[in-house]
Structures are given as structure tokens and as C-alpha cells.
Design a protein around this ligand. Structure first.
Ligand code: NAD
Length: 478
């Protein structure tokens, strides 16, 4: 398949940026530049903003049922186009084709979920103190949304934002990931082909800081939504705060895992290793700090490492590949730094820990044992295929260690004890907790973090809330 050069989608048309500038796109499995993406200027953003204002005016007055009908059509198109979209995603992001296909199917599920939510954005009637008064609470779309989405799930991070905005009746200007632009463009094309009017969605790429500074400050934009690192999220939240803009922030995590001595260890090792090495560990809810009871520690490390060693690492286009490359050189460098630091502090290398002798950004599935909590990898989200494991003897101390970091996005636990499960779910400071299975990030369940992992949810019935404003109308019937 030929990889396309991606353009900007503004006011219902694909076009180059006003200066014609482009950025290169690299296949992380080969290190070779495979195409380009157009880079937007302020002039292009101004065009997108004017179109989004017009689009909002049309879309907010489109009945919820019609908005939902269009979105159901989009979901069908995504399913029909699964092979083409998945291939683009693997070429630009590196994940195995099976994961790219799954991401496309989940995207269709997300669009469908929000199509249903469009028809359930209810207001309410408050009983008045006088029979001559009526009191109504109206729920209205917040307005034009500016969205910023990252490269690790090129369409799923974006589809949650677009679908929630459209369900609520908002228009949206999305800054997509410059590293992985073609699959998000295919997503937006499905929305266009499904019947979303011009101006309701814009997709732009370019200099992230320049674009976010312009869009966040702009009076036409009423809401900001960002998925990415906590460091960047804090900058954008500060800018949004200066302009009193609403925001949803889906930021980094460093998910703790508690494996108790009464757990089904083989099951835990299998499920957690699959979760850890999915998308080469570049997942914000990836299990990343493994705390295992000392009595089952050796068995867990062994069984987890067996899965890690068996993973076939290679080009995601090869159907036999179990784990693809990392997305870029920065991530490989980060893995080397985190591993060297942990080993220097006395951790034990159980398996992996090497780059692969071929072009592209590969790093083997890596397990390190007896990692001191001072090691960088226990304090900084690794965002890569490295699993630090350490033993614990007391569950309360393990919960305390799990809560030690300032982030709290996802957490996992394995136990057969109802009492321990209860202590864990009450005690962990985490926006999402999955016990005895991997059950997070479904369209119908809340997806969001506590503490420095951000605020607002991108799934479940909570997700549409942040795209709606509340207007109270009281009327004396004279
Ligand atoms: P980064 O912090 O440079 O970028 C993270 C994302 O934010 C990218 O998509 C980037 O385009 C965007 N970004 C950066 N500066 C921006 C700005 N001023 N305005 C708007 N968008 C901006 O880091 P990176 O090297 O791409 O990724 C490294 C770290 O980012 C990872 O270790 C991980 O912690 C985090 N990350 C998290 C997620 C997530 O799903 N929560 C996704 C991608 C990256």
C-alpha cells in the first residue's frame, strides 16, 4: 500500500498549508521517511476557526437524532475500511496489524456509543415554589472545541474527542499527531463521508506549541481537550486557565500493579504481560510498577518473563509480529536511560534490555527484578516495553507505595480475597482500577485520571458532560 501525503482538513476540503510547508513522516519499523504531512500556519488556523464557527451554527441546530444517524453511518464506514486504516496506522506508528485493526474496531464502537449519548443529553425540570413559575435546566453544547491528540493511539485518542463533541452538538478543531497523521485523516474522512457538514470538524497539523497557543487564546474556542504528557498538560491547562476555558486533560500515569499471594499467579502473569507489551508499552494505562507479594514473587517473575521472551518483535506489517517498534528514537533512548539507571542502583536484568540489530526503533521486551523505588523507572512513566518488578510483604505498605507518585490514572490488582480487593479499591488513588482482569478503556466506562493525571472523563456517560454547558431558565407565566 502506498502511504499518502496528508493534508489539512478545513471547511470540508483537504488542502495544503498556506505556505506549502510539510513535515516528514517516518516508519518506525524501518527508520525510512514514507511521506509528509502539511503544516498549518496561523492563516490556516484562522480559516479553520471561521469555518468552525459556521459549522457550530449548523450542527447545534441539527436534531440530536440526525446527528446520531450520521454518527452510526460513520461507525459502519470505519468497520468497512478496517484493512486500509489499520495498514496506514501500522506503517506510521509501528504497532502490529492485529492491534491496529482492533483500534479501528474500537473507534467504531466509540462513535456508536456517543451517537447514543447524543439522544440522552437530557436537561431537567425543577419543581417551582409557585404554580405561576416554571424552572428548566437546559443542556447546551459548549461551542467550538480545540483538541490535541497524541501518536500512541492515532485514531482512538482522537475519536473519543470528536465523537463526544459531535454528540453534544459542538464543532471541533483537532490538532492531530504529526508523527502519525494518515490514520487520523482516514478517521476524519469517514466522518465527512458519513455526512458531517463542512466546518464541523477540522483536522490540522503543524508546530504543536504554536498551534495550541493560538487556538487556546482564541475567543471562538470555548473548550480545550488534550491527551499527552503531564508536563505539556500543565502548560496547556495554565494557558486555558488564563482565558477561563473549560478543559479535559488526559495525562500520563504510571500504573501500579498489586499481585497478592492468594492470586491466580499464572493468570495474572499472562494478562499483565499482554497488557505491558501491548503497543510496545506506549499506553497511558499500561501496567508499569509491579508490586508482587514476596511468597509468589519468584513464580510471577518467571512466568511473566516466559511471555516476554516468547514475544516475536518485528515489523507490525508481518502478521506473526507480537510487538512492533517504539514510535521514535526518543523512546528507545528513554528505555536505555531507564534501564541503565535501574541496573546501576542494583536491579537485576531478568530478560531483554537490548536494541535489535536492524533499522527502526526496536527494543526487546524487558523485565527487571528487585528494582529499588528510587530508580527513575519507578518514578517516571516508562512509556515503553520495560517492566520493573519488586516484592512486597505487607498490603498496606504496597498500597502506600502505589499512591506515592503524584499521578493516578490506572491501577491493577490480582487477588482472590474479597477483603483485599475491597482494601485495594478503597485505598488506591487512581481514576481507574481493574481487579483480576484487564477491563479498562471501554467506550461505555469512564476513562480519566486523578491527581496530576488530569481531570474529566473520556468514556462513559460522564464523557459528554464536559462538552455541555448548563443554562437555568426560570419563567413567570404572566
Ligand atoms: P511530548 O511531551 O513532547 O508530547 C506529548 C504529546 O503532546 C505529543 O502528541 C505532542 O505533539 C503534544 N504536544 C507537545 N507539546 C505541545 C504543545 N505545546 N501544545 C499541544 N500539544 C503538544 O512527549 P513525547 O516524546 O511525544 O511523548 C513522551 C511522553 O508523553 C510519554 O513518556 C508519555 O508520558 C506522554 N504521552 C502520553 C500519552 C497518553 O496517552 N496520555 C500519549 C503520548 C505521550
Amino acid at each position: 500500500m502506498n502511504y499518502p501525503n496528508t493534508q489539512l482538513y478545513i471547511d470540508g476540503h483537504w488542502r495544503a498549508g498556506s505556505t506549502g510547508a510539510t513535515l516528514p513522516v517516518t516508519n518506525p519499523a524501518t527508520g525510512v521517511v514514507i511521506g509528509t504531512v502539511s503544516s498549518a500556519t496561523t492563516t490556516d488556523l484562522e480559516d479553520a476557526l471561521s469555518a468552525a464557527e459556521r459549522g457550530f451554527d449548523i450542527w447545534r441546530r441539527t436534531p440530536a437524532r440526525e446527528r446520531a444517524r450520521i454518527m452510526y453511518t460513520v461507525a459502519g464506514l470505519l468497520r468497512e475500511r478496517i484493512e486500509a486504516i489499520a495498514t496506514l496506522m501500522t506503517l506510521e506508528q509501528g504497532k502490529p496489524l492485529t492491534e491496529s485493526r482492533l483500534e479501528t474496531l474500537v473507534a467504531a464502537d466509540v462513535v456508536e456509543w456517543f451517537a447514543g449519548e447524543a439522544m440522552r443529553a437530557y436537561g431537567r425540570v425543577i419543581p417551582p415554589r409557585s404554580t405561576f413559575v416554571s424552572q428548566n435546566v437546559l443542556r447546551e453544547p459548549v461551542g467550538v472545541v480545540a483538541a490535541f491528540s497524541p501518536w500512541n493511539f492515532p485514531i482512538n485518542q482522537l475519536v473519543r474527542k470528536i465523537s463526544a463533541a459531535l454528540a453534544a452538538g459542538c464543532s471541533i478543531i483537532a490538532k492531530g499527531p504529526e508523527e502519525t497523521p494518515a490514520s487520523p485523516a482516514a478517521l476524519v474522512q469517514a466522518f465527512a463521508d458519513g455526512g458531517v457538514p463542512p466546518g464541523v470538524i477540522a483536522l490540522v497539523f503543524g508546530d504543536p506549541a504554536q498551534m495550541s497557543t493560538h487556538l487556546i487564546a482564541h475567543p471562538v474556542v470555548r473548550k480545550i481537550t488534550f491527551t499527552g504528557s503531564t508536563a505539556v498538560g500543565k502548560q496547556l491547562a495554565a494557558q486555558a486557565g488564563a482565558h477561563m476555558k473549560r478543559m479535559t486533560m488526559e495525562l500520563g500515569g504510571h500504573a501500579p500493579v498489586l499481585v497478592c499471594e492468594d492470586a491466580d499467579i499464572s493468570n495474572a502473569a499472562r494478562i499483565l504481560a499482554a497488557g505491558k507489551f501491548r503497543n510496545a508499552g506506549q499506553v497511558c494505562i499500561s501496567p508499569t510498577r509491579f508490586l508482587v507479594h514476596e511468597r509468589v514473587y519468584a513464580q510471577f517473575v518467571e512466568e511473566f518473563s516466559v511471555v516476554a521472551r516468547a514475544l516475536r518483535v518485528g515489523d507490525g506489517l508481518d502478521e506473526t509480529t507480537g510487538m512492533g517498534p517504539l514510535a521514535n528514537r526518543r523512546r528507545v533512548d528513554a528505555m536505555e536511560r531507564l534501564l541503565a539507571d535501574a541496573l546501576a542502583r542494583g536491579a537485576r536484568l531478568v530478560t531483554g534490555g537490548t536494541q535489535i540489530d536492524r533499522a527502526g526503533y526496536f527494543f526487546t521486551p524487558t523485565v527487571i527484578g528487585e528494582v529499588p523505588v528510587e530508580a527513575q523507572v519507578m518514578n517516571e512513566e516508562p512509556f515503553g516495553p520495560i517492566a520493573p518488578i519488586l516484592p512486597f510483604s505487607d498490603l498496606d505498605a504496597a498500597i502506600k507505595e502505589a499512591n506515592r507518585l503524584p499521578v493516578g490514572l490506572a491501577a491493577y490488582a490480582f487477588t482472590r480475597s474479597l477483603a483485599s480487593a475491597h482494601r485495594i479499591s478503597n485505598g488506591l488513588e487512581s481514576g481507574m482500577i481493574s481487579i483480576n482482569h484487564a477491563g479498562l478503556a471501554l467506550p461505555e466506562t469512564p476513562n480519566g485520571g486523578l491527581k496530576e493525571s488530569g481531570y474529566g472523563a473520556e468514556g462513559g456517560s460522564e464523557a459528554i458532560e464536559s462538552y455541555l454547558v448548563t443554562k437555568f431558565v426560570t419563567q413567570m407565566n404572566v
